[in-house]
Design a protein around this ligand. Sequence first.
Ligand code: PXP
Length: 243
Amino acid sequence: MSLRVFINIDHVATVRQARRTDEPDPVRSAVLAELGGADGITVHLREDRRHIQDRDVRLLAQTLRTPLNLELAAESEVVDIACELRPHQVTLVPEKREEVTTEGGLDLTGSNEDATRRAVERLTEAGIRTSLFIDPDDASIRASMGLGVDAVELHTGEYANASGEDRGLQLGRLDRAASLARKLGLAVHAGHGLTYENVTPVAAIPELEELNIGHSVVSRAIFGGLEAAVREMVEVVRRARLR
Ligand code: PXP
């Protein structure tokens, strides 16, 4: 199975929003990411609009040559926008206003499960592929399965933050979660905190079909340009599948 590399361009918008001006434009950066070999573009339309704006999503939906993966909280205001724009895929993510970035996978219990179910139903009715950003554990995978989604995105943040022996343990968790999800018929994606240095063992997990990578690529682009940064990341991921 080949592995698609989706590039998350939120942090291009973060730099723009630091001055609330019109540059750098994430829409223009998406063109460069595509030229560098990105298989798709990912953006997170947060409820607080701290980086990506409605205008960005609208223009990306109209102009991308590759699939758009729109990350959203399961809230009707942003789900309405997705149903109108109909991106290729929506990945539902948890959102807390005070967090610096998405901190953990979705909680799929109690009222959170109900809200996620409603959002999945609406998105599916609109013909949009659905994915849930979850921690790599059995309960989250089985709960996702029960919600009728097409895919799960395994949270790689704990793996990325781990060091020494713990890194191997976290990789084992991702490996087991990927094979369970695949066995249950779900497409398996992964992302968060992946870098040029830590992506190879994750990209080598055979069940994975899609990676979402942002911060590390945008950081490298500051020094070497976005097209080159994306090309290098795509090469690192492809090499992991050749070994
Ligand atoms: N996947 C999800 C669901 C995310 O929320 C993010 C961060 O916005 C990413 C992947 C990309 O993470 P990073 O920017 O650390 O590569």
